[in-house]
Design a protein around this ligand. Sequence first.
Ligand SMILES: [Ca+2]
Ligand SMILES: [Ca+2]
Ligand SMILES: [Ca+2]
Length: 177
Amino acid sequence: MKNTINWIVVLLLFNLIACETKEPTTPDGGDLGALVINEFLASNDSTNLDEFDESDDWVELYNGTSDIMDVGGMYITDDPLDLNPWMIPETDPSETSIPPKGFLLLWCDKDPEQGVRHVDIKLSARGEHIILLGKDMATIIDSIQFGTMTTDISYGRETDGGDLWTLFATPTPGATN
Ligand SMILES: [Ca+2]
Ligand SMILES: [Ca+2]
Ligand SMILES: [Ca+2]
């Protein structure tokens, strides 16, 4: 009997510790304190244009933290098996830094000569992955796998940094979802 009580005490303590070390989460389970893929458009025809008047595909990042985040030096790929992901250049932090609760658009146009925010991947409207890796090329900052997409309809988080994803008939590149 004493042994049983001891075990109950141990289990109660264990549960208490496990509860206390849980990360804070939003009501829907999302993590608002993170850098995330917030929205993307895999088939852009008439939504918006880059600086070269090209209606290229894009990924919107959202900085849910309270610190400026420079994504220069981070990696992005559309292939989970990619051994040579594209590194976002570190040469122009003014172009690659995201203010707290701010947004950054990465053009997925394979036009890296057009600027540091033009990355060397394209998004397939037939569905694929978007994976953002840390500066160690190993840590997955955020990733999403998506299916078939419709032209000019984006897919994004219902609320910035939130856990639930939805389709947007009116995309909001660089702005709140
Ligand atoms: Ca372009
Ligand atoms: Ca692709
Ligand atoms: Ca948006």
